[in-house]
Design a protein around this ligand. Structure first.
Ligand SMILES: Nc1ncnc2c1ncn2[C@@H]1O[C@H](COP(=O)(O)OP(=O)(O)OP(=O)(O)O)[C@@H](O)[C@H]1O
Ligand SMILES: [Mg+2]
Length: 625
């Protein structure tokens, strides 16, 4: 799996946030008014100081001192209260924006095609939906507000300083130049490092996720050390990138600390001289210095805030990449009712996006309503890909898949997904109750319907769970056995009462007896629906009315099981039991050694021979037919 490369910084990434701020605009406007008032009081305090020193202190006016002193205290209290109010208002808005974007992002991930999910590591998605959005919230709630307020404060205070005593004001103004220069100098390096850090965070998340999900494999091979080393490597890389970031920042911040302090020293010296000259009063100098001290934090924090801005642009960019990923599978507009569920592949072909080779080509197959087709083919021959075309997990690259003579791409997606239900070969369950897992495709199923689906899938074991249907099953149904998960997944598909039921090798983990019971019950379900059953065993094939043999990406033969068995050696090769092959070799009517070798070449070329481990039970089922 790989991560799609970044498309580079887009300055408009942040502008895309604006629509999300809209619902909170009243709150944000009130917040800004409050913030401006609090800046006003911050600025008023030095002016009061000046008035106190040049007035009551100088003239030894005790009454005036009390009045002005009390007002200064009130002003201080008002300033603190305004700050608190501002923080509260902005936090409400920023957490709201974060939640809104997160919800949309989740919705987006649900509609993105399988090819997107195949090429993105889930850790990258996780880190974007958690860390990057968190970064954006912190910026909206703190960084952006402080950046704007600090800039206003710097501008207003500088103007005040110039107005108070312009020669000193000029000194302060000049000192702002190097700050801007330093900013421009470090910005590019920092942006690069922060993108690398955020991407690497995604890689670390992927490692953690894989280690947790694959813990059984890791433990059983005793490779905990190896797993740790892989994690350690990623974690170290992240640390190195973080250190690089810190290095850049520390140089930058040093400059930002040094410049205002040096300016203060100069202003003090020149100011003392001016007071001696009588050009300014002592009160003015004290006010000047207090103003300057007010400038130190806004200027010094500018670096921090600008780096935060950079990180947020990076974060917004990373989030934007998900929103910008093409949907590919878009809903059609022809809302015609699907009544019978006739399924047709018309010269359908499929190629994976990055591949030159056709996975499937020139597929022609019709499944009439109520009919069931067994799909047989060697492992890796494209059976799962074919079934995915029906529910539009992927779209055909050429030709068409039609339901009731309507191209599936013209039907609205919700209709397709309602008409088609699939039980996948890898039965994924979610960390929720059994009932919620079962009713995923039919949320308002009645208890009777649920009971029937459970019976069809022979999943009665769920009734014996500690809390029955309300038992929460662990992450991915880990607390259940493979066969139990398969049966729940089958019950889930059956419960959806689809017109078209697709079973992708859903019975592979069941024992012979359970499989026979499931098959018996499935017959009634399949009689009412159009069925595609992927089969590796003769017993499953017998569920179907006809069989389609998938070879080299196309359907080479269609016919009844007995017909194909009698006339198509490749079919016999795939479905006949190993012991039968051995027996057959003895009575020499089956195939010669040369013919066997040719089939090995032809049918299993380049494919793992897992099937040979699978004991098939054709005799059994022939008997039960
Ligand atoms: N995302 C993908 N990108 C590229 N090739 C893929 C992808 N997924 C599957 N393939 C390839 O497509 C081919 C068909 O895969 P598919 O899963 O349909 O096989 P299958 O017939 O279902 O096999 P099995 O019986 O083992 O389930 C395989 O060769 C596989 O390597
Ligand atoms: Mg498969």
């Amino acid at each position: 799996m790989r991560r799609r490369g970044g498309k580079g910084l887009r300055a408009n990434s942040l502008w895309r946030l604006v629509p999300y701020l809209r619902p909170y605009r009243t709150r944000l406007i009130v917040m800004f008014v409050v913030a401006l008032a609090s800046i006003g009081s911050t600025i008023a305090i030095p002016l009061m100081t000046k008035a106190v020193i040049d007035g009551p202190v100088r003239h030894k006016d005790e009454h005036g001192l009390w009045v002005l002193g009390a007002s200064a205290i009130l002003l201080g209290i008002a300033e603190a209260a305004l700050w608190m109010l501002r923080r509260w208002l902005v936090k409400l808005a920023s957490t709201g924006v974060e939640t809104d974007i997160r919800k949309q992002m989740h919705a987006r991930l649900q509609v993105l095609p399988m090819s997107f999910h195949g090429s993105w590591q889930s850790g990258q998605l996780l880190s974007r939906i958690m860390n990057d959005l968190g970064m954006m919230r912190r910026f909206i709630g703190f960084g952006a507000v402080m950046l704007i307020l600090n800039l206003i404060q710097v501008v207003v205070v500088t103007i005040m300083l110039l107005a108070m005593y312009w020669p000193l004001g000029i000194v302060v103004l000049i000192s702002i130049g190097p700050v801007v220069a330093a900013n421009l100098h470090y910005e590019r390096q920092f942006t690069k490092a922060s993108r690398a850090a955020q991407d690497q965070t995604g890689n670390v998340a992927t490692q953690v996720e894989e280690a947790a999900l694959g813990i059984r494999v890791i433990k059983s091979f005793g490779r905990e050390d190896y797993s740790f080393e892989r994690f350690d490597e990623q974690a170290r890389t992240l640390r190195d990138i973080q250190l690089r970031k810190v290095k850049i920042m520390s140089r930058f911040w040093t400059l930002l600390e040094v410049i205002p302090t040096a300016t203060l020293v100069i202003v003090l010296a020149l100011g003392a001289h001016a007071v001696g000259d009588g050009s300014i009063t002592l009160g003015t100098l004290v006010a000047f210095i207090t103003f300057m001290l007010n400038l130190v934090w806004p200027i010094a924090s500018l670096g921090f805030l600008l780096s935060m801005l950079q990180e947020t642009v990076t974060a917004a960019d990373r989030v934007g990449e998900i929103f910008d990923a093409p949907r590919e599978i878009v809903s059609g507009q022809r809302d015609v009712p699907i009544t019978s569920g006739r399924l047709e592949f018309r010269d359908a072909g499929f190629r994976f996006p990055d591949s030159e080779e056709w996975a499937l080509r020139h597929l022609d197959l019709v499944v009439e309503p109520g009919e069931t087709v067994a799909l047989v083919g060697a492992t890796g021959s494209g059976k799962s890909v074919l079934t995915g075309l029906v529910s539009r997990l992927q779209d055909v690259s050429e030709g068409a898949v039609l339901i009731d003579d309507v191209d599936v791409r013209e039907l609205p997606l919700p209709v397709v997904r309602k008409v088609v239900a699939t039980a996948f070969e890898d039965p994924t369950l979610f960390s929720m109750s059994v009932r919620e897992n079962l009713t995923l495709g039919h949320p308002d199923a009645t208890d009777a319907e649920i009971d029937r689906a459970i019976d069809v899938a022979q999943a009665g074991f769920v009734r014996d769970l500690p809390f029955g249907l309300e038992t929460r099953i662990g992450e991915q149904g880990m607390s259940l056995s493979g066969g139990q998960r398969q049966r729940l997944s089958l019950a889930r598909a059956v419960l959806a009462e689809p017109r078209i039921l697709v079973l992708d090798d859903t019975l592979s983990a069941l024992d012979v007896h359970t499989e026979a019971l499931v098959e018996q019950a499935l017959r009634s379900v399949l009689a009412e629906a159009t069925g595609i059953v992927v089969a590796h065993r003769a017993s499953t094939v017998l569920l179907a009315d006809k069989v389609a043999l998938l070879e080299r990406g196309t359907i080479s033969h269609v016919g009844s099981h007995t017909e194909l068995l009698a006339t198509v050696p490749e079919y016999r090769y795939l479905l006949a039991a190993d012991d039968e092959i051995d027996d057959a070799e003895h009575d020499e009517t089956w195939l010669s050694d040369d013919e066997r070798d040719a089939l090995d070449e032809g049918v299993l070329v380049g494919m793992p021979t897992e099937r040979s481990a699978d004991r098939r039970r054709e005799d059994n089922c022939e008997g039960s037919r």
